[in-house]
Design a protein around this ligand. Structure first.
Ligand code: NAD
Length: 254
């Protein structure tokens, strides 16, 4: 099966680093015309500059979102795929979460998906097709201690996804969310944890290895393709079988 994304216009938010940067590169590798949006970007090599366009955008700011979307439409005429990847983590017990942090978490993780989707939907409706793909998290399925703000914001993304899927279905626009489990990035510092702590986390996975951003990209390239045209309103679990059983480490002899 060949997933042909050549010349598709793809927008990835939060794409300056981490999973988003890999998603942008992987879509570009598939021949898509990719715009990476973020608050700021590190300097990059001239080679990267030719394949991925970079734009400054704060997904919590309606004006910033609108002008970023207009810039893409001006350049490419349309938007075929929107990946709402931008997100932040807030990790603290409920009693210790400052109101500002709670609000920031919802502003970026849910508000960002809302604002970007609201701005891009009319473009996709005019084209009569489109794909919106939203970063949820395994935390939306099973939360962990100290994840009240993050987990509930990601659960909200799942419900927002379902509503968008219904509202945009008449234009053949699919809207899905996905739940990565544990991709070591700057957001979580998994790879820098002491070995014992890493072992404890890995013991929750049926596959018992860290997830890579490429594992996420493989799913998203499929979701963006014509072959995924009948999948909408879904939450796709791409967590390596996290807590698929109560004690997955037993199968690994641990
Ligand atoms: P990361 O912190 O490495 O990258 C997040 C990016 O989002 C950064 O480049 C940041 O600048 C950008 N961003 C933050 N606020 C923004 C805003 N207001 N406007 C525009 N961009 C903004 O995180 P990551 O680990 O690569 O995670 C990417 C997404 O995947 C997030 O939504 C995260 O919740 C989700 N996720 C990650 C994991 C994981 O294990 N890493 C697991 C589940 C879900």
């Amino acid at each position: 099966m060949e997933l042909d994304l050549r010349d598709r216009v793809v927008v990835v938010t939060g794409a300056a680093r981490g999973i988003g940067a890999v998603l942008a590169q992987r879509f570009a590798d598939e021949g898509a015309r990719v715009t990476a949006l973020d608050l700021a970007f590190p300097e990059r090599s001239p080679a990267a500059a030719t394949t991925i366009r970079q734009g400054l955008c704060d997904v919590t700011d309606p004006d910033s979102v609108q002008s970023a979307v207009e810039a893409v439409v001006q350049e490419h005429g349309t938007i075929d795929v929107l990946v709402n990847n931008a997100g932040i983590n807030v990790e603290a017990p409920v009693a210790e979460i400052p109101w500002e942090s709670w609000r920031a978490c919802f502003d970026v993780n849910v508000g960002g998906v809302f604002l970007m989707s609201r701005a891009v939907a009319p473009v996709m409706q005019a084209a009569g097709r489109g794909r919106i793909i939203n970063a949820a998290s395994f935390a939306a399925i099973v939360p962990s201690v100290a994840s009240a703000a993050y987990a509930s914001s990601k659960a909200a993304v799942v419900q927002l996804t379902r509503v968008l899927a219904s509202e945009l279905g008449p234009w053949d626009i699919t809207v899905n969310s996905y739940a990565p489990g544990m991709v070591p990035t700057a957001m979580n510092g998994f790879a820098e944890m002491p070995a014992e702590q890493q072992d404890r986390l890995l013991d929750t996975l049926s596959l018992r290895r860290w997830e890579s951003a490429d594992d996420v990209a493989d799913l998203l390239i499929f979701l963006a393709s014509d072959q995924a045209s009948y999948i909408t309103g879904a939450l796709l679990d791409v967590s390596g079988g996290k807590l698929a059983t109560q004690i997955p480490a037993r199968a690994h002899g641990r």
